[in-house]
Design a protein around this ligand. Structure first.
Ligand code: UD1
Length: 365
């Protein structure tokens, strides 16, 4: 029996860990133990996803909560180490690029436990992003690297990672999307917000570069105001974005845009319905660039770079300088020249977690 300790902590981890837990659970010879670090703890950023995606209740929740990067990372490491010592897993499996990913891989490797990273090799080449540092460090120390798109293979090769560590298995986040599309279709979220299919835009924003500096955020809001005159915008708001908007004195400005709604973060199924039916999506998220690609919905990514280039070359994504003029120009262009909606990156087919389970199934105990 191979004991696999699976780690999740923040919202974008949950849709990646769900298909892995399921695929591992179906195999004889694989035993799982699920750790939730508690990096995200709000019901709407965490528990809702466990319920909707059928993720088993974590075997342990480290309840680390929020803090500066150093405090949060250190707290995860401090509380995770005794769990590894007690449970003695054969492998620790981390996903994505959040602080929980790097913290748990570092603890495991130092205890001599083999470590696997799912969604390895992605690079924005922008070290100002905390996620880029998390990706670089996690990949550098992991024993097995599961890659979601071809750029990941090239990046790891360029960094000198030996081929035998690397497996191109596809995108586990897309496994979850394809599995839940039917259920999401039944969501009543459009009625809740009075939206007409393909006549509204969905927005998400939470990156420090966009929401921590008043000038930048104001310029983005100028663009949203103009777009909202053309079609309603729905902007489910991450708690850190809401706090920043209040702290920067921009709450009244947002409220004055009547066709812009800012509900609390939505659950997975409602959000999937919303993005599927959007005329376009404007975001600074990583995963949403991938989801819109599979849904065939145009996506304007309000960032200077992306670690997911397949969403541009084989999808519906476009990078846009996050300032009013560029956003409005891209908006006008995408309305008249929408990207092809029928492209799909290689192996984004719903079977990525199965391929990963195959690799573990073939390992010696
Ligand atoms: C984290 C990830 C980011 C991911 C995002 C998705 C890192 C470095 N960042 O960013 O890559 O795209 O999750 O949501 O790991 N907060 C709450 N309730 C919660 C959690 C957080 O109110 O349940 C607030 C707190 O004020 C906290 C802030 O959000 O300080 C930031 O939370 P944190 O987990 O540090 O990073 P995110 O911005 O959520």
């Amino acid at each position: 029996m191979l004991k696999l300790m699976c780690i999740c902590g923040a919202r974008p981890n949950f849709m990646k860990i769900a298909p892995l837990m399921e695929a591992f659970g179906r195999r004889d010879g694989l035993e799982t133990y699920l750790v939730h670090t508690g990096q995200h703890y709000d019901e709407k950023l965490s528990k809702l996803f466990f319920d909707e995606l059928g993720i088993p209740k974590p075997d342990i929740n480290l309840e680390v909560g929020s803090g500066s990067h150093a405090v949060q990372t250190a707290e995860i490491m401090r509380t995770f180490e005794p769990v590894v010592l007690r449970e003695k897993p054969d492998w620790v499996i981390v996903v994505g690029d959040v602080n929980s990913t790097v913290a748990c891989s570092l603890v495991a490797v130092k205890l001599g436990i083999r470590t696997a990273h799912v969604e390895a090799g992605l690079r924005s080449f922008d070290r100002r992003m905390p996620e880029e540092i998390n990706r670089l460090l996690t990949d550098a120390i992991s024993d097995l690297l599961f890659v979601s798109e071809p750029s990941g293979l090239e990046n790891l090769k360029a960094e000198g990672v030996p081929d035998e560590k690397v497996h191109f298995c596809g995108n586990v986040m897309i496994d979850t999307l394809l599995k839940n599309r039917g259920k999401a279709a039944k969501s009543k979220v459009l009625d809740t917000f009075g939206l007409k299919p393909k006549h509204f835009a969905t927005v998400t924003l939470h990156r420090p570069s966009n929401v921590d500096v008043k000038e930048n955020l104001s310029s983005i809001l100028d663009a949203f105001e103009r777009i909202a005159a053309d079609m309603p915008i729905i902007f489910p708001m991450h708690p850190r974005t809401r706090k920043n908007i209040a702290a920067l004195g921009l709450a009244d400005r947002i409220e004055s845009i009547t066709e812009l709604k800012t509900p609390e973060p939505l659950g997975y199924l409602d959000f999937l319905k919303l993005t599927s039916e959007s005329a376009l999506v404007l975001t600074d998220s990583g995963g949403i660039q991938e989801e819109t690609t599979i849904l065939g919905v145009p996506c304007l990514t309000l960032r200077e770079n992306t670690e997911r280039p397949a969403t541009i070359t084989h999808g519906t994504n476009r990078l846009v300088d996050p300032h009013a003029d560029s956003i409005l120009a891209a908006y006008a262009d995408i309305r008249t020249n929408p990207p092809p909606a029928d492209r799909r990156p290689e192996l984004w087919d719903g079977n990525a977690a199965e391929r990963i389970a195959d690799v573990f199934g073939s390992l010696p105990n």
